[in-house]
Design a protein around this ligand. Structure first.
Ligand code: 2BA
Length: 111
């Protein structure tokens, strides 16, 4: 068995969960925050049998599309400065898609 940890955009989460559930996958949704943008994203936990791993990955790939987004710089250009202030500046980042970790599960127990 594998544990899939998928970090996805909030915008894609609802559709992704619906599709995964319809395809018979168990899903747990966590509200998370990205370290770089400091914006909300969604982390999904899925325990899947090995032979269903590629099916789950295809659903994630199909639903989660990458897009460009202009965001405000989340970190100072320089540390310190005259008075410790910094000016936020716009940056373009690719968001969406999915950041996926796949781990082998030693044991799966439901009590
Ligand atoms: P964030 O850390 O908020 O990053 C959002 C997006 O900002 C990233 O998308 C990437 O396009 C961009 N970005 C991140 N760090 C950057 C940097 N130092 N300079 C320029 N642009 C940068 P993704 O790479 O698709 O990541 C989406 C979210 O997945 C991340 O949100 C974070 O929550 C998570 N993530 C990504 N890689 C991770 C990792 N190695 N470990 C744990 N979580 C990760």
């Amino acid at each position: 068995m594998k544990l899939i940890i998928a970090i996805v955009q909030d915008e894609d989460a609802s559709r992704l969960i619906t599709k995964l559930m319809n395809d018979g996958f168990g899903v747990t949704k966590l509200a998370t925050t990205g370290g770089f943008l400091r914006a909300g994203n969604t982390t999904l936990l899925l325990g899947v049998e090995d032979d269903r791993l590629s099916a789950a990955m295809s659903v994630i790939e199909k639903v989660c599309k990458s897009r460009k987004q202009v965001a405000t710089s989340p970190t100072p250009l320089t540390t310190g400065g005259a008075n410790g202030m910094y000016t936020p500046y716009p940056i373009e980042v690719m968001v969406g898609g999915a950041t996926v970790f796949i781990m082998t599960v030693d044991q799966f127990v439901k009590m």
